[in-house]
Design a protein around this ligand. Sequence first.
Ligand SMILES: [Zn+2]
Ligand SMILES: [Zn+2]
Length: 148
Amino acid sequence: MTFVIRFNSGLFNEGAFAVPLNEATRYETLKEAEDDVAWLDDVNCVLDLSKLPEDFQVHESHCCVDHGCKYGDDDCPVVSGQIKQLYDCEDCVNEGARIGFTRDLVNAVRELVNLQEKYPAEFEQIPAVFKTRILALAQPLFNYTKSQ
Ligand SMILES: [Zn+2]
Ligand SMILES: [Zn+2]
C-alpha cells in the first residue's frame, strides 16, 4: 500500500511543501505518513492511494475549480476541493487577463479573510501588512486597467 498526506488546501505533501498529487511524497506504511503528519499544519487526512479512483489524476490535470468538471462528474475531486488543479483550464485561458486577474484577486482576498478568521489576534496587530498584501495583489489589475 502507498500513502500520501493531503492538506486542507487540496494539495499534497513533498517534505514540508504542498504540491500536486503527482509530486507528492509516497509513504510505504501508514506509520511513516503519520509520523510526518505530527509536525505538519492543516493536514486533511492520510490517504491510501489504492483507495483513490483511477481517474483521480485525470481530473487534477483537466478540471477547474472555477469552470467545473470537464467530465461532468458530480463528485469531481477538483471541484469539491479534495485536490488542487494542476493547470489553468481552457476556459481560464480563453477568458482573458482582466477576468483572470479579477478572479485571482477575489480568491486572494477570500484566502486572507480565511486567515483573518483563523488568526484574528495576529491580524489585529498587523493591519498594515494586511493592506499592503491586498494592494500588492491588486497591482496587476490596476496596471491592466491603466493600459486599456
Ligand atoms: Zn472533474
Ligand atoms: Zn478554468
